[in-house]
Ligand binder design. Sequence first.
Ligand code: COA
Length: 313
Amino acid sequence: MKELIIRRGELKDVAQIVDVHCSDLEDGTWYSFKGGIRNEAAGPSSLSLYERWLNGGSWMSKELCSVYLNNLLLNGHIPLVAEQRGLIVGEVELFFGWESDGKLYAHIGVAQVHKAYQRKGIGIMLIKEAINVARRRGAYYLTVRPREYLKDYYKDLGFSEWLKTVVFSSEASPYISKIVWEEDSTYFNKKKFLHFIMGQEQSSAQIWQIFHQNHFALPEFTSEPIHTGKAISQNQEILAIFYPHVYCGDMANVYAWSGNKINTAHIWTMLTLAYHFGYAKVRSLLLEDSFDMMKAKLPLEEIERQEIFRVEL
Ligand SMILES: CC(C)(COP(=O)(O)OP(=O)(O)OC[C@H]1O[C@@H](n2cnc3c(N)ncnc32)[C@H](O)[C@@H]1OP(=O)(O)O)[C@@H](O)C(=O)NCCC(=O)NCCS
């Protein structure tokens, strides 16, 4: 495409990155969430920053996107933008971290082209440059969790299916009597991750960035604590994040890593901790093999299946 360049995104790009993401709201409508009830809104100016966030995350306002992008850059991750004659028309975000095989992984956490510029080849140019950037940085693999209708698109770019996962929910309950929990948020400062045993919906590095490093000074984000730390239970160590679910306040999203491969004690431990943190339910993910093996022994309710693709660099 003529005059299109792909370059690293910077803080000065925030307003245009927000425009790109806001151009493509799920059904083209902004919603208000007053009193927890969803209603069509006239537009973003009538909404609080938190309501804007509920419409599509940190990219829905300049204020939150500045904080988000600042954290992303400070932690060594890379936003790439597609620019045409000074106008940003697309963005991809690459997250870097060492997974449990000791290899550096890059992960496409976000890929968005402005609605008015989609299906013109800009997405392909962004992903191709993401592959180049990840390779130059020394990553072994580039991963992505594609939407169903984009699987062939990523296959055409060299990706193939890597992991099959199952999203599930489960009751929180005091199943295990003795657990030691140490609240500590420094375990992953070097971005070296153990086995991702529960919650692998994106790469470890992106989950850590989004759910731990991303703090917004808004009451809706600070009123409920995010628990991050280490559990010792039945002689096993588990590092975990408990993050309140956006729409179901009594549900915790759980992300957990361990030196050991997943076993039922890990899951009982997470369900017990969630109970002690005041949650009624847990939402998380397991690899499909583990889920199918353990579902007879545990109170797991399947929600949906997802896949993560990767390409070797
Ligand atoms: C996905 C996305 C980044 C692709 O960028 P793009 O510039 O529109 O895509 P390209 O023009 O490079 O490639 C187009 C090809 O991708 C596939 N594709 C893209 N959007 C599609 C859609 N909505 N439905 C089905 N196929 C689609 C098709 O194979 C298409 O080829 P075609 O136009 O010849 O049929 C962009 O459509 C987008 O921002 N979508 C919304 C957000 C999103 O889904 N992000 C991906 C998360 S993994």
